[in-house]
Design a protein around this ligand. Structure first.
Ligand code: HAM
Length: 434
């Protein structure tokens, strides 16, 4: 076999570039993050929604024909029926497509957990498959909804124990503001950017908003002095923006205004926001973001319906949890480890006891095969269980079992029929809650 094909084989049996496996015990943290989000979203009146992992390609047209996400990063293919299909790069467009299709009563408040796909240059915190938790609220354009949605995201990060992050806020104005502003920017760059070269000109022609993310020192001054979108807001949009800020202030949620926060997607109107972690690499420090998209439902053929939402990247949230030293030790430990002291022929008896304990809510582990009692006790210690329960010969004669507190080493005999109640009592008292 030529060496190249061996190398191909080797890479075929690895997760594709930009993707990774989430193995235990790390996977337990994903459950913890998701549950935290679900509790908060549910308290705020959001119900869980699931949409397909792929959609007709056109669903993502309004995400932004001129954005990197749609121009270069979308995973698209033709299916066997000749349909143009795309793996979702974003969760908002599919949810709005679903709203337009089913026309549920408004307000329609939903949350989601889903993998998303963007063909990006992979690095820490930037993957080709990444997971988002998000919410979308359709049907109400009251600024109080904006405040509640931002507060939901803020509260979620706080629930996890995060504190080193900044909320950045901006307004993209109403219908037409973005277009007018893009014209203003083009005019400004034509005047002040003519010496900055062909690449600069190309980016101005393509999408001058994206220049705010450019990392070129020689362009910096011109970009920094560019006109700001907030100078072009209508009275209505300005008032909406002020009410959102007042609401956040009333809730004690601190924010920074940044008129250069234009975000990577085209559908935004009015409020936009991003949560940036101060504890992780600045190129991937956005741990969540969102905003209003009051025109999107109508653009997808639905009735005019305002909407707002946000999504957080779980991968990045966990990176910032690591950096801040929070959300550690979420792996549930066993409550009980059952040790077989009666020999291999009693294995079924162990199974019956293990099942009884599990059915009654105790996380129960055991060993298999012909292991010595000593090695089973070693496994019991390693399992982290609070108690070891041994079916032993002497105890069996009295219809009892031996129960050992695996932390103190203290051992007692408990009648078989009293065992469950004995363990449950300790679990309730926190004794098995490690
Ligand atoms: P987004 O800013 O493109 O917004 O993505 C939201 C979050 O997903 C980011 O803040 C980041 O945490 C995470 N993220 C994005 N790309 C990657 C990646 N390649 N690898 C790891 N994490 C990533 C949206 O997608 C909008 N749909 C949010 C929204 C909802 N707006 C309104 N409603």
């Amino acid at each position: 076999m030529p060496p190249e094909s061996r190398a191909d084989d080797a890479s075929r049996f690895r997760a594709p570039i930009g993707t990774y496996d989430i193995l235990p015990p790390e996977s337990e943290r994903w459950i913890a993050v998701t549950e935290t989000f679900a509790h908060r979203a549910s308290r705020a009146g959001f119900d869980f929604v699931m949409t397909p992992m792929f959609e007709h390609r056109e669903v993502f047209d309004r995400v932004g024909a001129s954005t990197e996400i749609v121009r270069k990063e979308i995973y698209e293919f033709e299916d066997k029926g000749g349909r143009k299909i795309a793996l979702r790069p974003d969760g908002t467009a599919p949810v709005v497509r679903s709203f337009v299709q089913h026309r549920p009563p408004i307000p329609w408040n939903v949350w989601y957990l889903a993998p998303h796909f963007r063909y990006e240059r992979p690095q820490k915190g930037r993957y080709r498959q990444f997971w988002q938790l998000g919410v979308e609220s359709l049907g109400v354009d009251d600024p109080e909804v904006d405040v509640e949605v931002v507060a939901l995201a803020h509260g979620f990060y706080r629930d996890l124990g995060l504190s080193r992050f900044t909320l950045v806020l901006n307004s993209m104005g109403d219908a037409g503001t973005r277009e007018r502003y893009v014209d203003v920017l083009r005019g400004y760059y034509a005047k002040h950017g003519d010496a900055l070269g062909a690449e600069f000109e190309e980016r101005v022609a393509q999408n001058p908003l994206r220049l705010f993310d450019a990392k070129r020192d020689d362009w910096l001054e011109v970009i920094e002095n560019a006109p700001q979108i907030t100078e072009y807001l209508s009275d209505d949009a300005q008032e909406h923006f002020e009410r959102v800020q007042e609401g956040l202030h009333a809730l004690g949620i601190r924010y920074e205004l940044d008129p250069r926060l234009v975000r990577g997607l085209d559908y935004y109107t009015r409020t936009t926001f991003e949560f940036q972690s101060q504890s992780i690499d600045s190129a991937q420090n956005a741990i969540g973001g969102g905003g209003r998209y009051d025109l999107l439902a109508e653009e997808m053929g639905g009735p005019p319906t305002p909407g707002i939402g946000f999504a957080v990247g779980i991968d990045r949230v966990l990176l910032s949890c690591d950096a801040e030293g929070v959300l550690r030790d979420v792996v549930p430990r066993a409550d009980v480890f059952v040790v077989n002291g009666l020999g291999e022929q009693a294995a079924r008896q162990v199974t019956l006891l293990v099942m009884e304990l599990r059915e009654n809510g105790l996380r129960t582990e055991r060993a298999y095969g012909d292991r010595s009692v000593k090695s089973q006790w070693k496994l019991a210690d390693r399992s982290g269980a609070a108690y070891g329960v041994m079916l032993g010969r002497a105890e069996a004669e009295r219809d009892a079992v031996a129960v050992k507190d695996l932390r103190s080493g203290e051992q007692v005999e408990v009648p078989h029929e009293a065992l469950l109640a004995w363990l449950q009592q300790r679990q309730e008292a926190g004794g098995t809650d490690t």
